[in-house]
Design a protein around this ligand. Structure first.
Ligand code: UDP
Length: 333
């Protein structure tokens, strides 16, 4: 059985569905602070609890025959991490330490950890490889890098076996249209554009037009959430079969798109015209982040199969059918 921590969240819920589709048994553990119970596939066992609670975790590991853990539960807003670092270090680092301690106590040693391209800070490389030294520039990135270092030390000292997956820009939704991205507040580019095109936002603001890129806007590597979670299953299978351990991998496509190109794609897919305001840079945004996923391909045989158009089409399918996310909040006003 696979334990998915944060399985009610955006990426976690997609992982749960794919694991179940591939025949794994799944138990989801989530405190529903930002996740949605409706996002959890009914075929999974759902347990509500706190990652920071040794009692909750102890109970979970005693009750279910857990062989491996995927850990998606984290706070993810860079700006908030700067103004409220305690929240980030408490949840992303301290609670993860509690998890590791309980896992080891119960003899569970296999962990897939959700890390981030933010561990690289402001890299100048055209394409980022895993060997590039980590140099995070905000508490969010530091919290993820701290855990990666803890994992290294725990693997050496206690025999923990982990894979850290450094996500670039996850986007898109499952083909079924039943699960998708629903953050509050939503800050990510693709959902923000699509919400605007649905009439839920007055306009979109491009953060900076004077970057050293061909059209002056930031370039990012957008990876379809289904490709991303598929990579987790490749990694988990390899961990369980003892083919890999204690490695970090980038998860991206190797292709970058500028903010303007993403807006163009959203207009093309939806057939609607966006109202765009060109604003100032957002603090801490590197001009360009594009992953080399060569290592993930070479070591685990994984390759993404969706492009930006697939990402926007599936995201549009989700947002159009769930304009207010999982709960239609208008019904409660
Ligand atoms: N962005 C933007 N307007 C928005 C949201 C994002 O111009 O309303 C830009 C942002 O500056 C970055 C890119 O879109 O260059 C992707 O941002 P997002 O927040 O989706 O992901 P990040 O790269 O910060 O993880």
């Amino acid at each position: 059985m696979i334990l998915v921590i944060g399985g009610a969240g955006y990426i976690g819920s997609h992982a749960v569905k794919l694991l179940l589709d591939q025949g794994y048994q799944v138990v989801v553990f989530d405190n529903l602070s930002t996740g949605h119970q409706e996002a959890v596939d009914p075929r999974a066992v759902f347990v509500q609890g706190e990652l920071g609670s040794r009692t909750d975790l102890d109970h979970l590991f005693s009750k279910y025959p857990i062989e491996g853990v995927m850990h998606f539960a984290a706070h993810i807003q860079v700006g908030e991490s700067v103004t409220d670092p305690f929240k980030y270090y408490e949840n992303n680092v301290a609670s993860t330490l509690t998890l590791l301690s309980v896992m080891l106590q119960h003899g569970v040693k296999k962990l897939i950890f959700s890390s981030t391209a933010a561990v690289y800070g402001l890299p100048e490389e055209d394409v980022i490889q895993e060997e590039l030294p980590a140099n995070p520039i905000n508490p969010y990135g530091r919290s993820k890098w701290m855990v990666e270092q803890i994992l290294q030390d725990f693997s050496y000292a206690y025999g923990l076996e982990y894979v850290a997956l450094r996500y670039f820009n996850a986007a898109g939704a499952d083909q079924s249209g039943k699960i998708g991205e629903d953050h509050d507040p939503e800050t990510h580019l693709i959902p923000v554009i699509l919400q605007h095109l649905l009439g839920l936002r007055e306009k979109i603001t491009v953060f900076g037009t004077d970057y050293p890129t061909p059209d002056g806007t930031c370039i990012r590597d957008y990876i379809h959430v289904v490709d991303l979670v598929e990579a987790h299953i490749y990694a988990m299978r390899a961990l369980l079969d003892n083919r890999v351990k204690n490695e970090a991998f980038n998860l991206g496509t190797g292709h970058g798109y500028s903010v303007k190109e993403v807006i163009d794609m959203c207009e093309k897919v939806t057939g609607k015209k966006a109202t765009v305001e060109y604003g100032a840079r957002r603090e801490g945004d590197p001009p360009k982040l594009v992953a080399s996923s060569e290592k993930m391909h070479r070591v685990l045989g994984w390759k993404p199969t969706h492009n930006l158009e697939d990402i926007v089409r599936t995201a549009w399918n989700w947002h159009r059918n769930h304009p207010n996310g999982y709960v239609d909040k208008r019904h409660h006003v």
